[in-house]
Design a protein around this ligand. Sequence first.
Ligand code: UDP
Length: 241
Amino acid sequence: MSGTARYKRVLLKISGEALMGGRDYGLDPEIVNRVADEVRSVTRMGVQVCLVIGGGNIFRGVSGAAAGMERATADYMGMLATVINALAMQSALERIGVDTRVQSAIPMSTVCEPYIRRRASRHMEKGRVVIFAAGTGNPFFTTDTAAALRASEMGCNALIKGTKVDGVYSADPKKHPDAERYERLTYLEVLSRDLQVMDAAAISLARENKIPILVTSIHDAGSFAEVMAGRGRFTIITDEE
Ligand code: UDP
């Protein structure tokens, strides 16, 4: 699809779990390819795009810690999982002709670039999609927080959170069919109602830096581009009542 984009530069956050599709573990190539297609259509609208991809489809620090592992070590394993996902997404994007760079918060120079803010910004100006891997590079954080952090650093005009559903609900709509769907929310409402959109650190960071969060489904074809054009189904989180 085409249309005029409302945003010049955006960050798309996709959880590892969303890339799993119907599987119990790992990546569903069909979903990875579909997300890559969505990203390409948005870059064709002239929007500069960067990505943060989670790692929950491979490893989560809290699960490792629950199994008796030291939490920080388990979190580093989780961050490495995000690098695997980032490389898969890079491969899917390059196959369809989108130039990309992966930048890791944990330097891994034989695999990808280290995270360098100004360099990432330059890549985006040149139309390359930058995929930020290894979260924030610190244990005890999440890739949601990494998404809010990178969106702030890169001066993004919006943070898009791609989920399994078409917005924010009062409860999981898959388990509670009568859950209320919100069109718009404030950051404070998300925090005070403990709505499970992104963790509190991520919401607070987006709030401080006035970055709107748009929550949409990655399973509806064309939704990312629709949201960029101000159409489609999404929940927007800002400071405005
Ligand atoms: N992680 C971390 N620091 C970060 C980002 C991620 O320690 O800045 C670890 C953490 O263990 C987390 C795992 O990486 O459980 C995978 O990331 P996340 O759970 O955020 O992935 P998602 O839920 O988005 O798939």
